[in-house]
Design a protein around this ligand. Structure first.
Ligand code: 13P
Length: 287
């Protein structure tokens, strides 16, 4: 069964750990993440960007696949199916499709419009029992064609959005999607501390989890981050393992070209990455 992310994140905030959001792209990704969550007895959030939703033949296909997989694989840990960086329109599509959590990324709207749209979605999500993530201060880097400059969020704006009744808040603190450039200045803990103080118990979300050094992840969790998004790192691990398989000529041996064999090392690589992150985030055994 899919659950909203509210309870798992409230527990994470109280328990000083974070729940991973791992983005999915296809059946292999979803299976690898669900199986790892179950093995590690960790709650998990499956992230779906609009582009990935389109790629997987629409949000309804995604919901049906995830629900069926939870049943067939006997997954007992809490799983939230979450729209990542959703537009206003995509939020409604996912609500209709049976997602249990959505992110409305209104960070590119003027703050008044972000507030008005978020307010409306708070109401709808409350009625339907979904969790809602809002964003203040855009996350840098490029994700599915959405380019952010990586500005730091204004703590007063964070408080304004948090007070609307969202479940969790993503705030830009110098984090960016994708690989971090060599001259990256690091996370702004000053900003994070100021936001944390303003928003109190509200779980904070750290996007761009790929490539953030372990000590920074731990410090961010100490300062109130309860959800960490990871996408690129699973993609890199999958691609590297698949490359090794092909370069070793294994697809040319016997039935090595069978997708169930060809994609297997990539699946194992995703599983290993997810396990490592769950250990780092402290969510192992918390389901
Ligand atoms: P990365 O791709 O950098 O891990 O970021 C993921 C993310 O923040 C999804 O919203």
């Amino acid at each position: 069964m899919l659950v909203s992310a509210k309870e798992m994140l409230t527990k994470a905030k109280e328990g000083h750990y974070a729940v991973g959001q791992f983005n999915i792209n296809n059946l292999e990704w979803t299976k690898a993440i669900l199986l790892t969550a179950e093995e590690q007895k960790s709650p998990v959030i499956l992230g779906v960007s609009e582009g990935a939703g389109k790629y997987m033949c629409g949000f309804k296909t995604v919901t049906n696949m995830v629900k069926a997989m939870i049943e067939e694989l006997n997954i007992t840990v809490p799983v939230a199916l979450h729209l990542d960086h959703g537009s206003y329109e995509a939020c409604y599509k996912c609500i209709d499709a049976g997602f249990s959590s959505i992110m409305f990324d209104g960070s590119h709207y003027p703050i008044e419009e972000n507030v008005a749209k978020t307010k409306e979605l708070v109401q709808v999500c409350a009625e339907k029992g979904l969790s809602l993530e809002a964003e203040v201060g855009s996350i840098g880097g490029e994700e599915d064609g959405v380019v952010g400059m990586g500005e730091c969020a204004d703590p007063a704006e964070c408080k304004m959005i948090a007070d609307l009744g969202v479940t969790m808040l993503a705030a830009g603190i110098g984090n960016i999607h994708g690989k971090y450039p060599a001259n990256w200045a690091g996370l702004s803990f000053e900003t994070l501390a100021a936001i944390s103080e303003k928003v109190g118990k509200m779980p904070l979300v750290l996007h761009g989890g790929t490539g953030i050094p372990e000590d920074m992840i731990k410090k961010a969790i100490d300062l109130g981050v309860s959800k960490i998004n990871v996408n690129t790192e699973c993609q890199l691990a999958f691609a590297a393992a698949t490359r090794t398989y092909v370069e070793a000529g294994k697809d040319l041996q016997g039935k090595g070209f069978d997708p169930r064999k060809l994609l297997a090392p990539g699946v194992e690589a995703i599983k290993a990455t997810v396990k490592e992150k769950m250990e780092l985030f402290g969510s192992v055994g918390k389901a």
